[in-house]
Write a protein that binds this ligand. Structure first.
Ligand code: FAD
Length: 419
């Protein structure tokens, strides 16, 4: 009897984050034999949700913007039961808190917006001028010249309170950077998404998105193996060998490396990509701090919090009946030393006008590698191949976002299908 060697799969995908799952789904649907190896105990990568004392806690504060062009191709949005945030923000100024809202989506907030003192015509005009290229010609923004965000805003004449008290603190939480060094083109594309879509959260937590992608990939025939950490990757003449901690080596004709930016250098010769960290504090507030779901920022920039929100106001499913879930997000410096609990509670009290000393701390998430740094010039659509038989995907190969991860995963899959 001839001895049969180990099966050689068409494709092994390393990593079951959004990029890996998206690639696996496309390849399996096209009839390829796909195995996904994931180090963690569940799919999702950076997009995970845990149940803690009846609360849904995402690992860090996430939002899902349905305007991302890649989303409807990857997922059935209706199945995610998105709970939408209001399109507005609460800003703590020196003397009082004010509210601003999108005039068409929340006409009831127009008087408050006008009275906020934050929307001066010169600032509005500068913001419109700065935003317009991304609204009219996003491809031109990607292919055009790029500079730092701070430089771009200065050139557009955006210098007033709308920038310093609203846009800067708000965007700091979105791009995990408050230095102004992030690519202007990248932020323009993000702002375009905020203008077009109404971000929200899946009723079952942000993890509902990767779980949904995983179930689609499995239904198409992909074999997803959890708790399978890849330790080494080598190329033979006819196939790649993928070594897995505590399990058999897996063989495949092609390998897609879909790990996060911090892990790329462990499996490839590519240099480590710089990342940005975020820290989120989750509290069970005895009394509801606000009667709307607006995200709150500190226009005075007086403390570590870049944004805070009563999440259970947006998604009731995030807290048990009678409880209120508050998140407070801070930037996490590269040395990993985040804010102190006292600082966070003090600023929360100032932002919400409520005593936060007694709120029960449910959990603190320190996510050191939340996002790949995205300095100017913006490089999207990085080459899928890094060696013969080996491709790479992830948000660090496109834009630092859900959109970037999904697009990148789809790109490597289509590249493979085209050969
Ligand atoms: C706190 C936070 C908030 C965010 N908020 C937003 C937001 O509001 N909007 C937005 O668009 N984006 C947001 N993002 C970014 C978004 O989550 C990511 O861009 C996206 O999830 C990246 O997906 P990925 O597949 O590229 O990488 P990852 O999610 O990092 O997936 C990589 C996977 O590879 C696995 N892996 C690593 N090494 C190995 C190995 N050796 N063997 C096997 N498996 C391995 C990891 O366990 C992981 O599951 C946020 C991120 C964080 C952390």
């Amino acid at each position: 009897m001839p001895r049969t060697g180990p099966a050689t799969h068409d494709v092994v995908v390393i990593g079951a984050g959004l990029a890996g799952l998206r690639a696996a789904h496309i390849l399996a649907r096209a009839g390829r034999d796909v195995v996904v190896l994931e180090a963690a105990d569940d799919v999702g990568g950076r997009e995970r949700t845990d149940i803690v004392d009846g609360f849904l806690l995402d690992r860090g504060f996430h939002v899902l913007n349905p305007a991302y062009p890649a989303l409807p191709h990857a997922a059935d949005l209706a199945a995610l039961d998105l709970q939408a945030f209001p399109v507005g923000v609460r800003v703590r100024r020196e003397r009082r808190s004010v509210r601003l809202g999108h005039p068409l989506r929340h006409p009831g907030l127009i008087p408050a917006t006008v009275a906020s003192g934050l929307v001066r015509p010169a600032d509005l005009w500068a913001l419109a001028r700065w935003t317009m290229p991304a609204m009219l010609d996003p491809k031109g923004v990607i292919s055009g010249s790029d500079r730092s965000l701070a430089e771009g805003w200065a050139r557009a004449g955006l210098t007033g309170a709308l920038r310093t008290e609203v846009l800067e603190p708000f965007l700091a939480g979105v791009i995990a950077d408050d230095t102004g060094a992030t690519s202007e083109a990248f932020v323009r594309l993000l702002v375009r998404m905020f203008a077009l879509g109404r971000p929200g959260l899946p009723a079952d937590g942000i993890a509902a998105l990767p779980r949904h992608l995983a179930s689609r990939a499995e239904a198409a025939g992909a074999d997803i193996r959890l708790s399978h950490r890849v330790t080494a990757l080598s190329r033979g003449t006819g196939a790649c060998e993928v070594a897995v901690a505590g399990a058999d080596t897996v063989h495949a004709s092609r390998v897609i490396i879909a790990v996060g930016p911090e892990a790329v250098a462990t499996l490839t010769d590519l240099p480590a990509r710089k990342t940005k960290g975020l820290q989120t504090w989750w509290f069970d507030a005895a009394q509801e701090p606000a009667f709307d779901a607006l995200l709150a920022v500190d226009g005075r920039r007086r403390g570590p919090i870049v944004n805070t929100a009563v999440l259970s106001r947006t998604a009731r499913t995030y807290a048990p009946r009678g409880h209120h879930l508050v998140q407070a997000t801070c930037l996490l410096p590269t040395d990993g030393r985040g804010a102190s609990e006292d600082e966070v509670r003090r600023q929360l009290a100032e932002l919400w006008g409520k005593d936060a000393a007694q709120w029960r701390l449910l959990r603190r998430d320190d996510v050191r590698h939340a996002l790949p740094a995205q300095p100017a010039p913006l490089h999207v659509r990085s080459a899928p191949w890094i060696a013969e038989r080996i491709l790479i995907a992830g948000d660090h190969r496109d834009t630092a976002s859900i959109q970037g991860a999904l697009v990148s995963g789809a790109r490597v899959a289509r590249t493979l299908l085209s050969i």
